[in-house]
Ligand binder design. Structure first.
Ligand code: SF4
Length: 365
């Protein structure tokens, strides 16, 4: 495509997107607070409820809260969950924040609205609780990219290396690791280790980002990626920057190196909420992570504009696993107490050691 045609095409996309967003925003403004949260106007269409379904969603949300109170259950939701699931939760956060909440909760039941490895971590950190994952389809491609056997092979190849494993991994892999980390504390975790030689698993992009920030360590990075973040190309981010030249770019470190290099702030999902506050002069933020985060960003900063880094409405920066849970699944989970997450004791013990060691390290600054 010729440059001028490309610019015209990008401008048309921007105009049609702005028109779509303004229609949705006025929709959201007209509705009551609860209604707009149940049908967040910036969510891609398949996840927006039709008018006739709003009543059902409100009824389900009320039933969920009633069941949670009756059963002394706490509902935890990740920042990438659907807006209406975030709204019905007691606490919304990133992997680190949710792990801490799971460990500290006095509730009898933890309903984990996230993906399988998160619910598994909650069970490991608080084994006396009943931990429920509302949908067993909520897996994670990144966690699946490393198995206990593949880690054993890597450990055999790098016998002098200490293993730092991203929390996005199975309990078996955590049990074979020396320490875990999340995107909120990966740099601090690596710096906290006395050893110089590190094997970082499984996320290649996060590992390479840590490697740059901690050059004094010798870090070997495993070959896994999160497809949701790895799909984003710097060309898309540059196009968005062209359309919003004064915008601040926020990127998750699971993005590719060339994308991270364009970012003004590289942080975990929760870190993004603080990052916005560091730029009071900015009106627009280009967000390079899963689109579910837009709900909380909009809630916290209603006067700011947030646009997706891929220039899309969520077909690319979209994690299908995080969207497996909706209000009917949460309600069923509470009512029937499904699907209970169990971790064999020997594996849980090893994984708990790696997780607890991680929790003793502070968040990255
Ligand atoms: Fe896994 Fe990526 Fe989805 Fe997170 S966004 S659950 S790392 S596939």
């Amino acid at each position: 495509m010729l440059p001028e045609r490309s610019a015209a095409f990008a401008e048309r996309r921007k105009n049609s997107r702005d028109a779509a967003m303004s229609t949705r925003n006025s929709d959201g403004t007209r509705a009551s607070g609860e209604t707009s949260a149940l049908r967040a106007p910036w969510e891609p269409l398949p996840w927006r409820l039709a008018e006739e379904d709003l009543e059902t969603a409100q009824r389900l949300a009320a039933e969920i809260r009633e069941l949670a109170a009756k059963k002394n259950a706490v509902i935890l939701a990740h920042n990438y969950q659907l807006a209406r699931v975030q709204e019905v939760a007691d606490f919304v956060g990133d992997s680190l924040g949710l792990s801490l909440r799971a460990r500290e909760t006095a509730a009898d039941i933890i309903v984990f609205c996230g993906v399988h490895f998160m619910a598994e971590s909650a069970k490991i950190l608080n084994p006396g609780k009943k931990v429920l994952l509302p949908s067993l389809a909520a897996g994670c491609s990144l966690a699946d990219s490393i198995t206990a056997d593949s880690l054993r092979e890597w450990k055999a190849r790098y016998p002098d290396h200490v293993v730092v494993t991203y929390i996005n991994s199975s309990a078996e892999v955590k049990a074979l690791s020396d320490i875990c980390c999340t995107s909120a504390n990966a740099v601090s975790v690596v710096r906290s280790l006395p050893e110089r030689k590190i094997l970082f698993t499984p996320d290649k992009n996060l590992g390479n980002w840590v490697k740059k920030r901690v050059p004094e360590k010798e870090i070997v990075v495993y070959d896994g990626v999160c497809p949701t973040h790895d799909v984003l190309r710097s060309a898309s981010v540059r196009r968005q920057r062209g359309l919003y030249p004064d915008a601040v770019i926020l990127a998750h470190p699971e993005c590719r190196e060339d994308v991270v290099a364009l970012a003004d702030e590289v942080c975990s999902t929760t870190g993004m909420f603080d990052a916005v506050a560091r730029h009071p002069e900015a009106k627009t933020f280009i967000v390079a992570t899963e689109w579910g985060i837009i709900h909380r960003l909009k809630k916290m900063y209603p006067d700011k504009e947030f646009v997706m880094a891929d220039g899309c409405i969520g077909c690319r920066l979209h994690c299908p696993y995080m969207k497996m849970i909706d209000l009917p699944q949460v309600r069923r989970s509470l009512e029937e107490e499904v699907f209970e997450i169990e971790v064999p004791q020997d594996i849980a013990e090893g994984a708990r050691r790696s997780l607890e060691r991680m929790l003793a390290v502070k968040r990255d600054s």
